[in-house]
Design a protein around this ligand. Sequence first.
Ligand code: BES
Ligand code: MN
Ligand code: ZN
Length: 507
Amino acid sequence: MEFSIKSGSPEKQRSACVVVGVFEPRKLSAAAEVIDNAAHQFLSDILRRGDMEGKSGSCLLLHGVPGVEADRILLVGLGKEREFREKEYRTAVATAVRQLNETGGFDGTLYLTELAVKKRDVAWKIRQAALVVQETLYRFDRLKSKKEEVRRPLRKLTFCVTRRNELATAENALAEGLAIAAGMDLAKDLGNLPGNICTPSYLADQARQLAKSHALGVDILDRADMEKLGMHTLLSVARGSHEPPRFIVLRHSGGVSGAKPVVLVGKGITFDSGGISLKPGAEMDEMKYDMCGAASVLGTLKAAAMMKLPLNVVGVIPSTENMPGGAATKPGDVITSMSGQTVEILNTDAEGRLILCDALTYVERFDPECVVDIATLTGACVIALGHVATGLLANNDGLARELLDAGQDAYDRAWQMPLWDDYQEQLKSNFADMANIGGRPAGTITAACFLARFTDKYYWAHLDIAGTAWRSGKDKGATGRPVPLLSHFLMDRAKSAPKPVAKRKRG
Ligand code: BES
Ligand code: MN
Ligand code: ZN
């Protein structure tokens, strides 16, 4: 898909289709009003006849509208003007794109990007439009022998802005939106691939390819390397599987050389059967998504590289399968982590924290500015927050605030839970420094409490994406979250980071 930005009058656009909005009940938006005047009230006549109410999610395609250059006009319902917010804006763009893709024309010119969205500027609207377009058109048909073909697919989209002096801002925002969208697409593809294809070695290959195409640094550690480093909790999870584990390190060095990096750590369980503490059969296929944290790290590094963010970022991915087997770790086994702390494994299905804790110790060597881990860590998080918000826990409130704000900006929201010491008691073990589970109450918090024991050297935040990384049911599929949140977090950090000397303007 090709994208461009424009400012100009809607009736003069030579386009297969010009898209304008209609508020409920039957109220034309500003751009629709302009077309209506040029077309001698053609649009208001249609509304009067009752063909379109303006409900959010509805649309009406018109041919042969007089007085306009475009072949078609698409009216998109926006809902009530007073209630027009982020969600309604996104719905309008998605509705338009879905319809445009089904009409005969190859291009579309969107005036929806001119609509006022409360508290949001032009950059936000353009970024979101780019994201919504990619999201609406995303298909995962790589594993189907016959692909469903769109007869005359949409090839080019133009986003309109009201004033000429907004063009530069909008171009910039478009590039950002497309970078984030590319990162999300990568995260979705990796998530949707099944466990027999997307193995730890496959993730490592993907990291190598990403490094090659985007000039990133990459290191892949194998089992022997991990043994040397003493990553025994990570290795304890890999014991039941025939697939060799991998530990992936990716570096985007966009910042001042020597400047402390932001470190992202992603859970990369390519299939979580539960191990000896085997999961029940229903929906177990969805545990191929247990590497969505890892996928979001790869996606975010891709976005950061495409945006050339002036920031040093390190992505770290501990990756393995969690399987039962003759050599698998057993409930009751005690393992020594890379940090030296010992863990009694009471449930082999609480494996995410076991691979993350060694990664969190490993990243100390980067002297991080801060560390954010991303993990499909607990079913309890789905119970607490559903599929709307990502769970957030942190050992520093400033960092937590930054991530919450980034989530709001990206429309990829997180919600904070407490990381109080009182919860640590639940992890007491009679046989080791800690147990790997804390019982039923506050499962998301006790999982984070476990990780917190490995993060006292730096500012750290944890994102539990168990409820937000994929959708179940008939629309089953990866969402690409939280790539938007993480990208915005890095974009904000890049703004305040010291700029590399070569890129600084000299007077
Ligand atoms: N990957 C799962 C968490 C999960 C489960 C995410 C269902 C999304 C949907 C994780 O490894 C796990 O199994 N966690 C256990 C922890 C428990 C044994 C303390 C859980 O949540 O049941
Ligand atoms: Mn598990
Ligand atoms: Zn898991």
